[in-house]
Design a protein around this ligand. Structure first.
Ligand SMILES: [Zn+2]
Length: 128
């Protein structure tokens, strides 16, 4: 179980990363607006791919998608903090080690389940 100060520290880490990512994306959006795009960051988080496509005219799509994926992970982690499920592995229900959460505050699986998940995804991926 995480203590309140531990949770507060992790919440702060998530908040800082969120601010940093939002600023990065915002800068890219400003570039896009200069070229005639219209969406803002909140619309994109809410609106999904259509808003994203609109906003990203002329941008490095892969880079912004990566930032947005991380931002959505952060939002999900904040929701888990709010509902009390944060720090518990979504697969096996065991507590996630504090060191792992400090390194990856958005982690939703324990190390064992994450390793198994990635192995499964790797083998499910079609080979080209
Ligand atoms: Zn697990």
């Amino acid at each position: 179980m995480l203590t309140e100060p531990q949770k507060a520290g992790l919440a702060r880490a998530l908040e800082n990363r969120r601010t940093q990512l939002a600023r990065e994306i915002d800068e890219k959006m400003a570039d896009s607006r200069a070229r005639g795009g219209s969406a803002n960051i909140d619309q994109i988080i809410e609106g999904g791919d259509a808003a994203l496509a609109d906003a990203l005219a002329g941008l490095d799509l892969a880079e912004v998608q990566r930032d947005l994926a991380e931002l959505r992970d952060i939002e999900a982690a904040r929701a888990r903090l709010a509902d009390g499920s944060y720090g518990t592995c979504t697969d096996c229900g065991e507590p996630i080690a504090l060191a792992r959460l400090e390194a990856y505050p958005t982690a939703k699986r324990c190390t064992d389940c994450q390793t198994a998940y990635e192995r499964q995804r790797a083998s499910a991926r079609p080979r080209l």
